[in-house]
Design a binder for this molecule. Structure first.
Ligand SMILES: NC(=O)c1ccc[n+]([C@@H]2O[C@H](COP(=O)([O-])OP(=O)(O)OC[C@H]3O[C@@H](n4cnc5c(N)ncnc54)[C@H](O)[C@@H]3O)[C@@H](O)[C@H]2O)c1
Length: 316
């Protein structure tokens, strides 16, 4: 298969995801142009990248020498044209807003060389929707990371029916080369694989709390200490093949009828949003979020993800 040569990367949007995506490519030695609308956001992204790299070095995931080298590879700009005019591969990570993403893809289509691959990090939208106003539909796909991008190995690669095999295989090889675990999703669908499964889980979790079956704290306790542990080492099909599909039919036949299958947002979730109980960002959701509690949770998650990375490294 012919490949597009990828030398220069551009990342559009330097928020929670964009800064981590830029960091990964820079850490692997690629020159990266990082674009956002304000200098403040770009400066804050650089500070976050340096903090992330220091944390990775403290945990011996990268060497100390890698920190200045990585930072040297990242160039920031508030000008979309200078960010993307020499890019071979562009990842867009702006806010989850379809008209905004469509507009940025249209602008990128006008700015970038014809061979450039345009990828979106959207959580749920389809590449055919995002690239609708472009003249390079064969060079458009989604590359969906999970947060934090520098600690979670997987990237879902979602193609539309117009995406060429060359674009898919170039993207797959690029992510493999920088140490990610790419998964090709052959048929585009809203939410691909990861977000679809997570949406199903959180819909039922809300339904359990709304019906008074268990509190949010109990749901978290159950998941963390039971099937959540298994899922980090074996996928759902592997887990249930150990049990046998006949047992699955026997156990779930009646249960399925009782599960939530509503296509509406759960009223409890709607109420939480309308009363400003947004979670960490408003200081309250099901839990009260003091600064200390937020830090404790973030540290607990990153330490566990680092351990998983270290054990991946040992088993290679
Ligand atoms: N947060 C997650 O866990 C997660 C996981 C996977 C995918 N995503 C997806 O990644 C994308 C970014 O999410 P995020 O969590 O990083 O959001 P964020 O709000 O942290 O960052 C978005 C950034 O885009 C910038 N931006 C907005 N308009 C812009 C424009 N016109 N040009 C350039 N930059 C612009 C904002 O200033 C901001 O810095 C979304 O599509 C989201 O659905 C998020």
């Amino acid at each position: 298969m012919k490949h597009i040569k990828i030398e220069n990367i551009a990342v559009i949007g330097a928020g929670l995801m964009g800064h981590g995506i830029a960091q990964e490519f820079a850490s692997a030695g690629y020159p990266v142009q990082l674009h956002d609308i304000t200098e403040e956001q770009l400066n804050s992204a650089l500070i976050q990248i340096e903090n992330n790299l220091q944390m990775l070095a403290e945990n011996e995931i990268i060497s100390n020498d890698n920190i200045p080298q990585t930072l040297d590879h990242i160039h920031t700009t508030t000008d979309l044209k200078s960010a993307s005019e020499n890019a071979d591969f562009v990842i867009e990570a702006v806010s989850e807003n379809l008209p905004l993403k469509q507009q940025i893809f249209e602008e990128l289509d006008n700015i970038c060389p014809q061979h450039t691959i345009l990828a979106s990090n959207t959580t749920a939208l389809m590449p055919s929707q995002i690239g609708v106003n472009t003249n390079r539909k064969e060079n458009i796909l989604n590359t969906h990371y999970f947060n934090p991008p520098y600690l979670i190995p997987l990237v879902e690669i979602i193609r539309s029916s117009d995406t060429s095999d060359e674009t898919v295989s170039t993207t797959f090889d690029l992510f493999t080369a920088i140490g990610k675990t790419p998964a090709i999703i052959e048929k585009e669908a809203l939410g691909f694989v990861g977000p679809r499964l997570q949406a199903a889980l959180i819909r039922e979790a809300f339904s359990i709390v709304e019906q008074g079956i268990a509190s949010a704290e109990t749901v978290d306790l159950v998941v963390r200490n039971s099937f959540g542990r298994r899922l980090s080492v074996a996928g759902p099909f592997e887990v249930f093949e150990l049990a046998g599909w006949d047992l699955v039919v026997a156990a779930f036949q009646e249960l399925y009828k009782d599960l939530n299958s509503s296509s509406d947002i759960n009223p409890l979730l709607q109420e939480m949003v309308s009363t400003g109980k947004l979670g960490v960002k408003s200081g309250e959701g099901f839990y009260e979020w003091t600064e200390e509690k937020q830090t404790t949770l973030r540290n607990r998650m990153s330490q566990a993800l680092i351990k998983a990375m270290q054990s991946d490294g040992e088993s290679e």
